[in-house]
Design a protein around this ligand. Structure first.
Ligand SMILES: Nc1ncnc2c1ncn2[C@@H]1O[C@H](COP(=O)(O)OP(=O)(O)OP(=O)(O)O)[C@@H](O)[C@H]1O
Ligand SMILES: [Mg+2]
Length: 471
């Protein structure tokens, strides 16, 4: 917290900053970002985004979300409204220079622009288009930072795709001249784009960078957290100490161990006992099984709801979940899950969204359903996405492909993989396009669709020849 404060103070006095938060799952990276947000409150414009674990196919999605958030766009808003909002907000921000920027950012948001601009885009090579989008994006942040401190926070960057990393890297140069803080959080994985980003920061911008590897809590700190989690009347000293040691300084693990012990024994006013170390054999061996046990213990309604939500993903739009379940007790069941703290409300605007408290909770919930049921569910999730976001399907191609790929509807998976590949090619994200085409080829093979196989093969060959992928 002291280092966060120092970083934000420097930011407020006009110095650009880069903050790297790294550490294992559950150690407190997201929490630190949210504490930073509280510290920055009112002084800085806070823009945040999160990378999703759907795989690498998502094209700069976090930044699309960030821009949409700044524009205060609702999901599925008609194109005309998006265009109007873009023009209005960028007109105020950039003045007469806004036109170009708006045109390229519209393209980034998959919104059609005026006919003459469309014609110009069509004439641009994909590479130039992507360069222009990057530049427009950078201009946007530069202009914001010229008016006051800005924070761009990216969580879960270990799941970033190459284009997300590129856009994040473009912002580094801005920190040299403006009061911009680029804060990223990631699990340490040397194979990830986050790691490449980190290396770029440490080699190119060491003078701006603060690296904050988030380590385990010290034993006294863990004891303090334990005291906040349950009063001594609830859990005796010996058990408490056992749990503290067992959690090895991971706050998430500590929270879960306490919750589990309390749920299993609980203080009974009748018996009035506190738990002792002898109950220790009751403790399941891992964090995963703690979550599985908690889900198994839920009443029917919330349990089915949490399973369904798990098929959507770690983060899910409430509207999609509601449409999927069509249950009369939806509202009650959802609040039961919120009360049980299995999921959290992460956003109300532009539309309500919840997130599993932890990736392991989502995995545990998904694992409680047999694979055929899960496949069926994935198909339904895909169909609901098609329905709910029919006005802006272009933004969801990769996600739709992801769902249908896991369902019985491989034909649809093929369809969306090819569309997603086409869009990636348009934005010159050739690595992603190739990745999607490879997957499409597999699906086409499963479907024994010879036409599709030929078509996809030809595209892969073409990409191989073009060789102009980002970096
Ligand atoms: N220093 C702390 N004191 C008290 N509670 C903490 C602390 N750090 C984290 N926590 C709590 O521990 C839990 C896990 O933290 P958090 O979600 O920030 O982990 P994370 O590092 O982002 O994990 P992941 O990589 O899985 O996203 C949260 O409930 C958080 O509030
Ligand atoms: Mg996190």
């Amino acid at each position: 917290m002291a280092r966060l404060r120092a970083v934000l103070e420097d930011l407020n006095s006009g110095l650009g900053q880069i903050l790297l938060l790294s550490g294992e799952s559950g150690i407190g990276k997201t929490r630190l970002l949210s504490e930073a947000r509280t510290l920055a409150r009112e002084r800085a414009t806070w823009l945040d985004a999160r990378c999703l674990s759907y795989g690498s196919g998502l094209l700069a999605r976090p930044f699309v979300d960030m821009l949409r958030g700044w524009l205060e766009l609702r999901e599925g808003e008609p194109e005309i409204a998006v265009r109007t909002r873009l023009r209005a907000r960028f007109g105020t921000l950039l003045g007469p220079d806004a036109r170009e920027t708006v045109a390229f950012l519209s393209r980034f948001l998959s919104v059609k622009v005026e006919a003459d601009a469309e014609a110009r885009f069509a004439a641009l090579p994909a590479e130039a288009l992507w360069e222009a989008i990057r530049r427009a994006f950078q201009l946007w942040i530069e202009a914001l930072a010229a008016r006051g401190p800005v924070v761009v926070a990216i969580d879960d960057m270990q799941w970033a795709d190459p284009s997300t990393r590129q856009l994040a890297e473009d912002l580094l140069a801005v920190t040299d001249s403006a009061s911009l803080l680029v804060a990223v959080a990631f699990r340490s994985d040397p194979e990830s784009e986050a790691w490449r980003f980190r290396i770029g920061v440490l080699s190119g911008y060491p003078h701006r960078a603060t690296e904050l590897p988030v380590g385990p809590l010290s034993i006294p700190a863990a004891r303090e957290l334990a005291a906040a989690l349950a009063p001594p009347s609830l859990i005796d000293e010996v058990t408490r100490e056992g749990l503290v040691l067992r959690a090895e300084g991971n706050p998430l693990f500590l929270e879960e161990l306490f919750r589990n012990v309390i749920a299993m024994g609980g203080p009974s006013p009748r018996r009035g006992w506190t738990m002792s170390i002898s109950t220790r054999q009751l403790l399941p061996p891992s964090l995963e099984s703690l979550f599985a046990a908690q889900i198994d213990g839920l009443p029917e309604g919330p349990r089915r709801l949490v399973q369904t939500a798990a098929a959507i993903g770690r983060t899910f739009p409430v509207r999609v979940l509601e449409r999927l379940t069509q249950s009369e007790t939806f509202v009650q069941d959802l609040s039961a899950l919120l009360r049980a703290d299995l999921i959290r409300e992460t956003r109300r605007y532009p539309e309500p969204e919840c997130t599993f408290k932890h990736g392991l909770v989502q995995e545990a919930a998904a694992a409680t359903l047999p694979p055929p049921a899960m496949r069926e569910l994935y198909g339904r999730v895909g169909s609901v996405f098609e329905e709910v976001y029919r006005g802006s399907l272009e933004d969801y191609l990769e996600i739709l492909a992801y769902y249908f790929y896991r369902s019985e509807e491989q034909g649809k998976a093929l369809h969306y993989l090819e569309r997603a590949a086409a869009r990636a090619i348009e934005l010159n994200a050739n690595a992603q396009a190739a990745d999607m085409l490879e997957r499409a080829a597999k699906v086409a093979a499963i479907l024994e669709d010879a036409d599709a196989q030929r078509r996809i093969r030809a595209q892969i060959d073409m990409l191989g020849g073009a060789g102009s992928e980002p970096e």
